[in-house]
Design a protein around this ligand. Structure first.
Ligand SMILES: Cc1cc2nc3c(=O)[nH]c(=O)nc-3n(C[C@H](O)[C@H](O)[C@H](O)COP(=O)(O)OP(=O)(O)OC[C@H]3O[C@@H](n4cnc5c(N)ncnc54)[C@H](O)[C@@H]3O)c2cc1C
Ligand SMILES: Cc1cc2nc3c(=O)[nH]c(=O)nc-3n(C[C@H](O)[C@H](O)[C@H](O)COP(=O)(O)O)c2cc1C
Length: 626
């Protein structure tokens, strides 16, 4: 359907109205609302230079326009705080946004920029720069900050004697490279001659513990630095992106989740297979939770009750005893069930436990020579294994205080709202394995798999602007999603099928690469893919069942085998998406893609690397890996 702007009250001429009708053609009502909010913001910014600009979350089409506004209306660098963030799953973004809002409320001129939208040539002119960035992979930058980090640590980075800066790193201390990227940038900026205003923050999964005091200090320093130059303008009220975002605001957030009812919970791997994979359908009815294919659903789990019992027994605690912490008093059982992480381990807890256990092995694991032992402990032990093997004396209060607050788990949404309405579908691998002679399960995947029929689960939408279908529906897409990595592509294919039927068949082609151990037991959504092939909504399907033959075959092998056609598709403008395992698959797929550029594009290794970076910069190579 094409949108028809009202003519009678319009200040626009006929030809401008026709142009407007053309550019809004095909947009649904949500998108039209967004666009109207967006242009309200643009109009507002033309009347008054905003103090805060967010050059980040714009959809592809609007991006150039927003960047232009930012340049035209930005306060001079000397009067402005620039906050650059790099974020994979939204945590660093949230912290950066909060800091930007507080700074704005304090009357400071602020520019908030996602790292991949930051023009690095401007670095030499910045006076005050805050960086909020997470660490991913094995000490890698988030995807949206790859280029920014590469530039800053590389030879082309300018000397920065005029710059004052501060860095907040986000990470997870159960990873050996804790907050490594924050640390790297902090050290590098100092090396380039910039002045560090405050010590680097290294925020663990209980982000606020470090981020809040860091943010307060950062704000105080920004006030001091900008005080003399800060414009005495009134507080900005509407900015382009805020106005645009207003159309999307839902009452439900990470902190205030919506309780979604369970509609379906079906095992989609064979019962005799090695993995238990569930297709979960949740109802979002009445929530006004708008998601796009590519977004994830945040799930707040309840910990496994049997694990809570096992911990209470091992530590000789009484689950009914009342524990007061951070102005909250509730039973110990409740703390362990719903408020604390009790599955994985992290280094700060390990250190606290080691002190109490006085065990030589634990003490050694915390020394530089014990690095490998520490890595093994963090990877293989759950909390219960640690307290059983290395008994220690804890009071219940101290124990709860030493555990990390429960964090939500993210699951790629495996549906399109255009196809399923007010529902969100997930594809969840249930973590359930034997170790140390007992059963071990994962908190959220076990919770989802065991939800009672009439139960609800607290959820929120974690948007992922980096993982979006092309705005131009006639582009081809290549989707590489082995294992549960296939989840978002079910949503992509649904969305493209619906868009196509609405726009009378103008869609590009869809090519899916899927892999798993066995064809018979692990071919997720087999029937749906076959139907999609038949219906012409999926055009190519390439499969890699790794253990169905003597030699292992993974998606990266299939990619290489199809190298010539893949290269042609990419040359023809296709967008490439990778989702799933971050530890091995994502890197192996990247190497395969690079080799395809070398073999079929006649490029050198460096040129092939650059071609992939260019593709990523154009948002034509996007990854969602975990
Ligand atoms: C952006 C994003 C999207 C995601 N999408 C999906 C998705 O679509 N589908 C999906 O299934 N998952 C997805 N995940 C992963 C998901 O969020 C959870 O991490 C996963 O389900 C495990 O969570 P859990 O609470 O069940 O386990 P946890 O309670 O977090 O894990 C328990 C602990 O067990 C230990 N452990 C785990 N496995 C083993 C093992 N084999 N051997 C020994 N110890 C082990 C580890 O110490 C771990 O910390 C995604 C993650 C991200 C970041
Ligand atoms: C696949 C994966 C790898 C990670 N690797 C690291 C790491 O090497 N070091 C670290 O400190 N944190 C690591 N983390 C934890 C994240 O940095 C942490 O969850 C952070 O809060 C995410 O912030 P973001 O949502 O802004 O990306 C990893 C998380 C994931 C999902």
């Amino acid at each position: 359907m094409s949108a028809q702007p009202a003519r009678s009250l319009s200040p626009l001429s006929e030809d401008k109205l026709a142009l407007l009708a053309r550019v809004t053609e095909g947009l649904d009502s949500d998108s039209l609302l967004w666009v109207s909010g967006y242009f309200a913001g643009v109009a507002s910014s033309q009347r008054r230079a905003p103090l805060i600009q967010n050059v980040a979350a714009a959809p592809q089409g609007a991006f150039a326009a927003v960047a232009a506004i930012e340049v035209a209306a930005a306060p001079a660098a000397a009067q402005r705080l620039t906050i650059v963030y790099g974020s994979q799953t939204g945590n660093a973004k949230r912290q950066a946004e909060a800091l930007a809002q507080q700074s704005e409320a304090a009357g400071l001129g602020v520019r908030l920029v996602r790292a991949d939208a930051y023009p690095t040539r401007e670095l030499a002119h910045e006076r005050l720069l805050y960086i909020v960035i997470s660490t991913q992979g094995d000490g890698d930058p988030p995807d949206d900050a790859r280029g920014f980090v590469e530039f800053l640590v590389g030879k082309r980075a300018p000397k920065l004697p005029q710059l004052k800066f501060a860095v907040l790193g986000l990470g997870d201390s159960s990873y050996p490279q804790f907050c490594a990227i924050g640390a790297k940038l902090d050290a590098r900026l100092a090396e380039l001659g910039a002045t560090r205003l405050i010590a680097r923050g290294d925020a663990d999964l209980d982000i606020a513990t470090v981020a809040e005091p860091w943010g307060k200090q950062a704000l105080d320093h920004a006030r001091d630095v900008l005080k003399s130059d800060a414009p005495a303008a009134p507080l900005a009220t509407v900015t382009p992106l805020r106005a645009a975002a207003a159309a999307h605001v839902s009452a439900w957030t990470r902190e205030k989740p919506f309780t979604a009812a369970l509609l379906a919970n079906q095992r989609i791997s064979a019962r005799d297979g090695s993995k238990d994979i569930r297709h979960i359908e949740l109802s979002l009815e009445g929530a006004n939770l708008a998601y796009e294919p590519g977004d994830a659903l945040g799930v707040w789990a309840t910990n496994p009750p049997a694990l809570v019992d096992a911990l209470l027994t091992a530590l000789r605690f009484d689950g009914a005893s009342a524990i007061a912490l951070h102005n909250e008093t509730t039973s110990l059982r409740e703390w362990l069930l719903r408020k604390r992480e009790i599955t994985g381990l992290n280094k700060p807890f390990l250190a606290a436990h080691a002190q109490r256990a006085q065990h030589a092995d634990l003490a050694r694991a915390l020394t530089p020579e014990g690095k490998d032992a520490l890595r093994r402990l963090l990877a293989e032990y759950q909390l219960i294994d640690l307290v059983r093997e290395f008994p220690a004396s804890w009071s219940a209060e101290e124990f709860v205080a030493a555990l990390r607050p429960l964090a939500p788990r993210l699951y790629s949404i495996a549906s399109s709202r255009k196809a399923v309405g007010d529902e969100a579908h997930l594809t969840a691998a249930v973590l359930d394995y034997e170790a140390f002679g007992t059963r071990h399960v994962g908190a959220a995947s076990h919770h989802l798999a065991n939800l009672a029929d009439d139960a609800g689960v607290p959820v929120f939408i974690e948007t992922n602007e980096r993982f979006r279908l092309p705005a131009d529906a006639s582009r081809d897409v290549i989707m590489i999603g082995p294992g549960t990595g296939v989840a978002p592509f079910r949503g992509f294919v649904q969305e493209r099928a619906e868009t196509r039927s609405m726009t009378a068949g103008a869609g590009g082609r869809n090519w899916l690469f899927f892999g798993n151990p066995h064809f018979r037991t692990d071919f997720l959504y087999q029937i749906e893919w076959q139907q999609a092939l038949k219906a012409g909504t999926l055009h190519r399907l390439d499969l890699a069942f790794s253990r169905d033959q003597s030699e292992k075959v993974y998606v990266q092998h299939t990619l290489r085998r199809r190298g010539k056609e893949l290269y042609d598709w990419i040359q023809n403008g296709a967008h490439v998406y990778v989702c799933g395992d971050a530890t091995r698959m994502a890197a192996d797929v990247e190497t395969a893609l690079r080799d395809i550029f070398i073999e079929h594009g006649g490029k050198s290794e460096d040129d092939a690397r650059e071609a992939l970076s260019d593709l990523a910069a154009q948002r034509r190579y996007s990854r969602d890996v975990y």
